[in-house]
Design a protein. Structure first.
Length: 366
């Protein structure tokens, strides 16, 4: 017995360790009340394999061969990768928790990731050296971004139905906003780490649950008459939407891509202020209550500072600390602009043809 513990304390410690391994009935009952994201319907053999493993975690069905015309636009591929990543977020209940690090599923996910990255390289070019400082390169990339402006459309023309669809699409990320970027904190050092913590603290409401950006987006969804429960609308999301989340999850889960994750976040922060203001004005034009616009209004204020911190201290700090990661930072920025442009085109194209931008429409939210 350690000399600094009494016998009673040792007994309590042993009981606590046992409790961690075998939860009490009270803890099991509490776990049963925690909402579990719904498991969506499969869209092909790839997503069917992942869903089958989630529903029967102890089964060992052989993984299918990778297929799909476009890892950035194939619904089956995108859903399979999204669900494999979700095991690292909220998961799908206690029975499936061990799947997070299950070797066969990880091997399958690895194949999906390799195809996903290869397709990104096709579109954006491989990470490469540049004569520009990273802050200047980010400026050049953003000035050259020719993607369609979804926010400009929503501000002046978007209907209430389109705004509701837009919120459904964005719920895939906004209800986990900041979480994948937080994975980078232990992987950074110095000024870059401090800058990321600065940004993330704001994203999480400085410890105030009601001020968390995730929570503010819940209020927006509820004001639009939508179900704000995590994962509710995954069945409605096309590949171009799922790809926006898959990109961040890929960068966040791999230390190798920490530079790309910084580039991703820098782009988000440096391009946020104007679009967020437009979405707020769109909600106002559509008669949505003021409190439901707080998510967008808060970003207009916060990101005015964050864009400077992200450019100068986050991306710039990482570049100074680990200059070999500069090509990855730029690659993450280019990939983010490409994926977001595809997302915007998908919505605007659907609406211009008078159809829903969601898979099978928004029947469950109408």
């Amino acid at each position: 017995m350690p000399p600094f513990l009494t016998r009673e304390e040792v007994a309590l410690s042993a009981a606590a360790r046992t409790e961690l391994v075998q939860p009490s009935a009270v803890r099991r009952a509490h776990a049963a009340t925690v909402p579990t994201p719904p498991v969506p319907c499969p869209r092909g053999p790839l997503s069917d394999y992942v869903i089958g493993r989630i529903r029967e975690p102890t089964s060992f069905v052989a993984a299918p061969a990778l297929m799909g015309d476009d890892p950035l636009g194939d619904d089956d591929f995108a859903l399979a990768l999204y669900l494999a990543y979700e095991l690292h977020y909220r998961g799908f209940g206690r029975e499936a928790e061990d799947l997070e690090w299950e070797p066969e599923l990880l091997r399958f996910r690895r194949g999906l990731e390799q195809a996903f990255v290869a397709r990104l390289v096709d579109e954006c070019g491989a990470p490469h050296e540049s004569p520009l400082a990273i802050a200047d390169e980010l400026d050049v990339l953003l000035r050259g971004d020719g993607g369609p402006s979804l926010s400009a459309y929503m501000e002046t023309k978007g209907s209430l139905t389109e705004m509701r669809e837009f919120a459904v699409h964005r719920s895939a990320y906004q209800l986990k906003e900041a979480d994948p970027h937080t994975w980078a904190i232990p992987r950074l050092d110095g000024a870059a780490k401090a800058a990321l913590v600065n940004i993330q603290s704001d994203e999480y409401g400085f410890g105030n649950e009601r001020a968390m950006h995730q929570r503010l987006f819940v209020e927006t969804m509820q004001a639009l008459g939508l179900d704000a429960a995590y994962g509710t609308y995954v069945d409605r999301l096309p590949a171009t939407t799922l790809a926006t989340v898959n990109l961040i999850s890929l960068f966040g889960l791999h230390r190798r891509w920490r530079g790309a994750l910084v580039g991703n976040l820098a782009v988000y922060e440096m391009t946020s202020v104007v679009p967020m203001g437009r979405y707020s004005r769109a909600l106002q034009r559509l008669g949505v209550a003021e409190h439901a616009r707080a998510f967008y209004d808060v970003h207009v204020i916060a990101d005015a500072e964050h864009q400077v911190v992200a450019r100068r201290d986050l991306a710039g700090g990482l570049a100074r600390r680990e200059p070999e990661l500069v090509p990855d930072i730029a690659f993450g920025a280019r990939a983010t602009l490409e994926i977001e442009a595809r997302f915007s085109r998908s919505l605007l194209d659907a609406w211009s043809h008078g159809r829903s931008s969601l898979v099978q429409g928004l029947a469950s939210a109408a």
